[in-house]
Design a protein. Structure first.
Length: 432
């Protein structure tokens, strides 16, 4: 760690992953938080965080520390020129998929290009963005070399430490989750591991190579995706049998080694995306994965299943479908969190609209402007009483427990569908 004692750290990308990381490192190092979004930089400089991931007290203390200390604290910038003073760069930009479900490395490669232009001898670039095995050394390093004119593992070095942030989780926070680390040489691996060990109280696991660390992240989410797809497929089967999936899971869960995964919509920036990265790499090597992609197909179809089930229930209650009114509660990808990335709730919305329904969406956590920009959906400020022929609970926000959903329905024949088995069972017509 001696090599880092007087070093400045730059965190590139200040979203759900980058900001908590920058705040923790700022307690021990001089940290520059960098983001290309000027509005994001402005709000953070004032101690505000729209993602609700940051501990605001820690954020304000880190900013104040930057003013009073020469070797600790957090400052912000959107000017790449300011990065020149740093020697350790941690990249936490998004790695989404495109419309064809192929990896979109554009943000990652643009960040690498920007860093290459200011890279100096002895600098270290650590990637946290989720990628397929080999991406750091095969895709990012050539960009760094081309734009810097420096040679990898001679003039500059790399590391990889996959993010494990769980958005909205205030218990399993950054420092309480064990961190996988790696480096491009044994010496750099030790240095990267020591860097993270200085802030991660849960400890670190030093992987033997960057590729191993990359693969570990990819399979974490792919495994969870496959497990959820299994219970989602069970839900599709049990729906035809007329039995409740949650009842079945509760019964099976009485055995000690049964894993009690629940059915539902699988979106977000990790579980709904990472399996495609792993599959992409496998296919580039001539192997066509079966289990991973079959699980994705099941999970990607759940929004359509929910919408079709709602319409069938409405027909059974003699509703006229065209121009009927529906309410969707929640559009974020998970409960009690403002993150709307890759939300599968939009699939329910789109399918209901195609049936001819008028659909309102209400979410007290989501930012309306972000939802409109991302999905073209205008959130309502509050649901209207006695207005809806169907209500779909799509996200288990705690606020919805105190919401009198029956009062929102036009009458007793209105359909209430609970995708999360969250509401009182006696009050709903169906649930996953």
């Amino acid at each position: 760690m001696r090599i880092l004692e007087n070093s400045s750290i730059a965190v590139i990308g200040l979203g759900y992953v980058g900001l908590p990381l920058a705040i923790e490192f700022a307690k021990k190092f001089k940290v520059l938080g960098f983001d290309i979004n000027n509005d994001r930089i402005s709000e953070l400089s004032l101690g505000k965080d729209r993602t609700n991931e940051a501990n605001l007290d820690d954020l304000l203390k880190s900013i104040d520390l930057s003013i009073t200390s020469s070797n600790k604290g957090l400052s912000f910038s959107s000017n790449p020129f300011d990065l020149k003073e740093c020697s350790v760069f941690i990249v936490t930009v998004p790695t989404p998929i495109d419309q064809f479900k192929a990896p979109d490395l554009t943000p990652l490669l643009k960040a690498s290009e920007m860093l290459g232009k200011i890279l100096k001898r002895g600098d270290i670039v650590i990637y946290e963005s989720t990628v397929y095995p080999g991406c750091t050394e095969e895709d990012c390093v050539p960009v760094l070399e081309k734009n810097s004119g420096l040679k990898f593992n001679v003039d500059f070095f790399c590391g990889y430490s996959p993010e494990r942030i769980n958005p909205g989780d205030k218990v399993n926070t950054l420092t309480k989750i064990k961190k996988v680390t790696s480096g491009s040489t044994p010496e750099i691996a030790d240095l990267v591991d020591g860097l993270y060990a200085s802030i991660i109280t849960a400890g670190t696991h030093k992987a033997p190579s960057i590729k191993v660390a990359e693969a570990s992240k990819a399979i974490e989410n792919a495994q969870r995706d496959v497990n959820i797809s299994f219970v989602n497929e069970l839900a599709l089967i049990f729906e035809r049998m007329g039995i409740d999936t949650t009842d079945v899971i509760e019964a099976a869960g009485t055995k000690w080694n049964f894993l009690k995964y629940k059915p539902g919509l699988v979106g977000g920036h990790c579980i709904g995306v990472d399996p495609y990265y792993l599959a992409h790499k496998a296919e580039s090597l001539g192997y066509h994965p079966q289990v991973i992609l079959s699980g994705r197909r099941v999970n990607d179809g759940m929004g359509m299943f929910v919408a079709n089930k709602v319409v069938k229930l409405m027909i059974a209650k003699n509703h006229k479908i065209n121009a009927a009114k529906a309410l969707i509660l929640g559009i974020t990808f998970k409960e009690d969190c403002p993150d709307i990335r890759n939300s599968k709730v939009i699939d329910i919305y789109t399918e209901l609209k195609q049936f001819g329904l008028q659909v309102d969406v209400f979410d007290p956590h989501a930012e309306p402007d972000d939802v409109h920009e991302e999905y073209g959906v205008s959130l309502i400020k509050a649901p209207n009483s006695k207005n809806y022929d169907a209500v779909v609970l799509a996200v288990a926000h705690k606020e919805f427990l105190s919401l009198d959903i029956a009062s929102l329905c036009k009458g007793k024949d209105s359909v209430i569908f609970d995708t999360k088995s969250f509401l009182d069972r006696a009050t709903v017509d169906a649930r996953l």
